[in-house]
Design a protein around this ligand. Structure first.
Ligand code: MN
Length: 335
């Protein structure tokens, strides 16, 4: 069998896997705050649109046990959190020691970026355009698939041997049409390079991308967006402001979150904010609250996605499948 035939089989397998692994959506709770009376608050603050409980878990490969919160079909639709078109959350989960690392074998991507944030455990990545490495707690791997890569994602060898708690987020960030067929790129963003801004007595905003006040995160992005880990303590109020048309989401990783005066968001839940104002405030309901904050300007272009490809038209999706089957994405390096 030629390697192209092997890859074609892999493509069909992956598409089938992507289809079959969609979580059941109906168990998500969607609490609307549209009845919230803004006259009750003194300031004009951006309110919560909806809060989503974590949908049932499913496995991506055998290494990532995830709640798929943002997908094309929901519970949070890609169009609602655009440019963040996919979010898989591997909430803390214990993996037993294993001789063979668990993960996802070689598969393609085109048309967007994968952003992987490790919170506990280690992830080893390799792609066929020269990107690769191991990321550990606090590190971020930012892969711009653009015109196309093949990559694999596994637990690192050392973490696999030890086993332990694993926690991570994988985001898919859409690319504007003009960059979808640009050169692939890989940014390893280690925790040391994240920009931490202290707020109040014991809170902080740790920037991966975008800005907070005068500080800027290290990631290079193709459209205006902000990704940060926000550490909150009870005594501080941490303010944010983004253009009101930006889409904003908050994933509670630890503790309990309060948005503005009194809107509570529980651990593992995801709050999507409304577009009714620019500013909002975060504080902790409990001590040691940690939140992943996503904010981005919507890319006002059609989204057509099929498994690992995200383009603007169906024709471009057909082209991606053909290109993949014909080996345009390149070969997988042989050991
Ligand atoms: Mn992938």
């Amino acid at each position: 069998m030629t390697s192209y035939q092997q890859l074609s089989i892999l493509a069909v397998g992956f598409a089938l896997f992507a289809f079959l692994s969609k979580p059941i959506q109906s168990e998500s709770v969607n609490l609307s705050y549209k009845g919230f009376n803004k006259k009750d608050v003194m300031k004009d603050l951006r309110t919560i649109d909806s809060i989503f409980s974590p949908p049932p878990v499913h496995f991506v490969g055998d290494g990532f046990r995830v709640h798929s919160l943002i997908t094309p079909r929901g519970p949070i639709r890609s169009t609602r959190m655009n440019p963040f078109i996919m979010l898989d959350y591997n909430a803390p989960h214990f993996f037993s020691p294993a001789l063979t690392p668990r993960g996802v074998d070689v598969h393609p991507h085109r048309g967007f970026e994968t952003v992987t944030i490790a919170y506990q455990g280690e992830i080893a990545h390799q792609d066929n355009k020269g990107g690769g490495g191991v990321i550990g707690p606090g590190d971020v791997q930012w892969m711009t698939a653009a015109s196309g890569v093949l990559h694999e994602e596994f637990h690192s060898e050392s973490y696999s041997k030890e086993g332990g708690i694993f926690q991570m987020v994988q985001l898919w960030v859409n690319l504007p049409a003009k960059y979808k067929m640009s050169q692939p790129k890989y940014q390893p963003i280690l925790k040391d390079s994240l920009v931490e801004v202290s707020v109040g007595s014991n809170s902080s905003v740790e920037l991966v991308a975008g800005s907070y006040g005068d500080a800027h995160g290290p990631a290079e992005t193709f459209s205006p967006l902000h990704i940060s880990n926000v550490q909150l303590s009870r005594e501080d109020i941490v303010p944010f402001s983004f253009p009101s048309e930006w889409n904003i989401g908050l994933l509670v990783l630890e503790g309990g979150l309060v948005v503005n005066e009194d809107q509570e968001v529980a651990k593992d839940h995801f709050a999507v904010l409304a577009h009714d104002a620019a500013s909002f405030e975060l504080r902790a309901l409990e001590g040691d609250t940690k939140v992943l904050l996503l904010a981005g300007e919507p890319i006002k272009e059609p989204i057509v996605s099929y498994g690992p490809f995200v383009m603007n038209t169906e024709e471009e999706i057909r082209q991606a499948i053909t290109d993949f089957q014909q080996g345009v994405f390149g070969d997988w390096p042989q050991d």
